[in-house]
Write a protein that binds this ligand. Structure first.
Ligand code: ZN
Length: 158
């Protein structure tokens, strides 16, 4: 699986955020969570890939679409379009920290989405305008520094 610019997702563990574009307000049934309304704009989902195959396996699954839905995010496939992936390699599970920061940066979120196993309010965040990777850092670093810390992929080709 290739990302634009010849950057390939690493097989190492890491934390990621997937940026979806939603062209029109829609409703999705997300498993046990039930029916949720997704406003037109951008949605950011955060997760960790600490298992076998690392970021490539986990994010690749999200991009291809799962054979059978398992997580809440799986139900977004086919409804929302992935426009960007932010990731950071390393064994630390940063998804909950990123989720906490996004809570302060986002325009909204879906309560209980993607966080059945943690204490976060949500792992899916809404932005009316397209966010940059600085959103997971809460504006604590300059854009230049963020690019060094995070690999920003503007377009994805499957
Ligand atoms: Zn969490």
């Amino acid at each position: 699986m290739w990302l634009a610019g010849g950057v390939e997702l690493p097989r190492t563990p890491g934390t990621y955020a997937i940026v979806f574009r939603n062209p029109r307000t829609c409703e999705v049934t997300a498993g046990a969570l039930g029916r949720i309304r997704l406003a037109r704009g951008y949605w950011v989902y955060v997760g960790s890939a600490l298992g076998p195959g690392g970021l490539r396996a986990r994010v690749g699954r999200h991009l291809r679409g799962p054979a059978r839905p398992r997580w809440h995010v799986d139900y977004l496939h086919g409804k929302l379009r992935v426009v960007e992936v932010w990731f950071r390699t390393g064994p630390a599970r940063l998804e909950h920290r990123w989720a906490r920061v996004l809570t302060g940066e986002a325009d909204g979120w879906v309560l209980g989405f993607g966080c059945s196993d943690c204490g976060c309010g949500s792992h899916l965040f809404y932005f009316a305008r397209r966010p940059g990777p600085g959103a997971v850092l809460g504006g604590r670093f300059s854009e230049k520094k963020i690019v060094a810390l995070y690999c920003q992929i503007p377009q994805i080709s499957l």
